[in-house]
Design a protein around this ligand. Structure first.
Ligand code: FMN
Length: 212
């Protein structure tokens, strides 16, 4: 069956009513998260961590923290997408395989591996609470969240993003280390009721050509 990839962008809509009987397999969940991980990120540092809520007890614990949004318990899974405030610590793990195989220079579009590592360290030579770390964590993790929703759509699944949750309570309830900040919850499963129809502003209203 041929599939129109352009249709994907209009097909993804925020579903709020999920079939509680529908369950994704672990293999399917990992496939979605692996696809989400192909999102772009600054220096390819992959500033995300996913907490998957699949067990009824964990979902029940999350429910009141997420304003009792029913999606949390009815969807097959809810993925908490976290942003990494210390993504610089991923640099070696990300680049070492390439360095070992001799692809050092020119790898990933950077002329010099050493210079790139220095750039990363300089950028992250700020306090853990610095705006830069937070911006980067949220910016890059949000791209992975978007990719996760599109991957779900491509697999014939439904999804719904949620920022309606108490981030501090979330961190406390699920022992999130200070390295990570919760960015977005994404419910994934099968809809029992279609998403509410939405509209978009005319594209011309959203565009400024060549600067304000
Ligand atoms: C960052 C973000 C937070 C959102 N939070 C919630 C939420 O907590 N609960 C909810 O029902 N929908 C939430 N939404 C869904 C939006 O209401 C929805 O994306 C918007 O109305 C457009 O509809 P569509 O996604 O179906 O195109 C959120 C969307 C985004 C991007």
């Amino acid at each position: 069956m041929s599939y129109d990839p352009i249709a994907l962008f209009r097909k993804r809509q925020s579903v709020r009513h999920f079939d509680p009987a529908f369950r994704l397999k672990e293999r399917e969940i990992l496939e979605l998260l692996e696809l989400a991980g192909w999102a772009p990120s600054s220096w390819n540092l992959q500033h995300w961590k996913f907490i998957v809520f699949s067990d009824p007890e964990a979902k029940a614990k999350l429910l009141p923290i997420a304003m009792n949004q029913r999606q949390i318990v009815d969807a097959s899974i809810t993925v908490a997408v976290l942003g990494d405030l210390e993504a610089n610590l991923n640099a070696r793990k990300v680049y070492e395989p390439a360095v070992k195989t001799g692809l050092k220079d020119g790898y990933a579009g950077y002329d010099s591996y050493t210079a790139m590592m220095q750039q990363i360290e300089q950028a992250y030579a700020v306090d853990l609470t610095a705006q830069y770390r937070r911006d980067e964590a949220i910016r890059n993790a949000s791209l992975a969240a978007m990719q996760l929703m599109l991957a779900a759509t491509a697999k014939g699944l439904d999804s719904g993003p949620m920022v309606g949750f108490d981030a501090d309570a979330f961190v406390g309830a699920f022992n999130v280390p200070p390295r990570y900040i919760p960015v977005l919850l994404v419910a994934i499963g099968r809809a029992v009721r279609p998403a509410r129809p939405t509209t978009r502003l005319p594209v011309e209203e959203t565009v400024v050509w060549n600067g304000f």
